[in-house]
Write a protein that binds this ligand. Structure first.
Ligand code: NAD
Length: 262
């Protein structure tokens, strides 16, 4: 049996990170050739070695998505290396600082917006131009529950992920005439790992009425706010991305799927 995914190629951004790598590995297991993009060369090299073990074609590209010219250059290289890009998992991101809005560091705000929104836009634009030529494309952007409802102390991150949800909707309209579907995923609290530990620690340090200053208490508070009473595992994400890239979601575009335990 030849899978729908075999012979397809996917560009994954933020591929050196937890969600990007887990998704790249899952898509590779399904037979998808994988182009990995990240600005962290060491993480990228490890990701490439792991994906290569799945036996598909894999290439990695060191690139900072905030640079439009680097993104355009990498996207042309991916097209020449793989022949085409069928799928885009537009996932690179940065959490930013944790502070109430009145104290939020002004220099961090444009940094977060630049990576999470402008960077995602650069990749979306370059890849969609190729997909239009090809007459086919499936795109998944990584938003966040922080973009569905802004959490305390995360002014820039919440604003950036709210922007990704709107960008997904706009791109779904603009690209629908070209057989390109564009959807988003919104993970909630995911753990364990760097992002979880960092957000627990920094929410405690932010010292507001919403979270305890004791990180162990913050863990209880965060998990207590989730109907399913646990954080999500990174491996609960790739199947949702694969669903949105695949034909089982053929009548879905402009949608944001929440992966958040309720
Ligand atoms: P991660 O930090 O493990 O991975 C993010 C990756 O993006 C890193 O490898 C980093 O090097 C890369 N990156 C950052 N800035 C970049 C840039 N300018 N150019 C290229 N690459 C860049 O985090 P993750 O949990 O895997 O996050 C992936 C996505 O999921 C992000 O968009 C994040 O905001 C989102 N998200 C994560 C969670 C969570 O709890 N982990 C929840 C909701 C949303």
């Amino acid at each position: 049996v030849v899978s729908f995914f075999s012979g397809k190629s996917c560009l994954v951004t933020g591929a050196g990170g937890n969600i990007g790598l887990a998704t790249a590995l899952r898509l590779a297991e399904m037979g998808t050739d994988i182009a990995l993009l990240d600005m962290n060369a060491d993480a990228l090299a490890k990701a490439e070695a792991a994906v290569r073990e799945k036996g598909v074609n894999v290439q990695s590209y060191v690139c900072d998505v905030t640079s439009e010219s680097s993104v355009n250059d990498v996207v042309s290289r991916v097209i020449s290396d793989f022949g085409k890009i069928d799928f885009l998992f537009n996932n690179a991101g940065y959490q930013g600082a944790f502070a109430p809005v009145q104290d939020y560091p002004a220099e961090d705000f444009p940094k977060v917006l630049n990576i999470n929104v402008t960077g995602a836009f650069h990749v979306l634009k370059a890849v969609s131009r190729h997909m239009i030529e090809n007459g086919y494309g499936r795109i998944v952007n990584t938003a966040s529950m922080a973009g569905v409802k802004g959490p305390p102390n995360m002014a820039a991150y919440g604003a950036s992920k709210g922007a990704i949800i709107a960008l997904t909707e706009t791109a779904a309209y603009d690209l629908a005439p070209y057989n390109i579907r564009v959807n988003a995923i919104s993970p909630g609290y995911m753990g364990p790992g760097f992002m979880w530990d960092r957000q627990v620690e920094l929410q405690a340090k932010a010292n507001t009425q919403y979270f305890s200053t004791n990180p162990q208490e913050v863990v209880k508070q965060m998990i207590g706010s989730v109907p399913m009473r646990r954080y999500g595992d990174i491996n609960e994400i790739p199947g949702v991305v694969a669903f949105l890239l695949g034909d089982d979601s053929s009548y879905m575009t402009g949608v944001n799927l929440e992966i958040s335990g309720g």
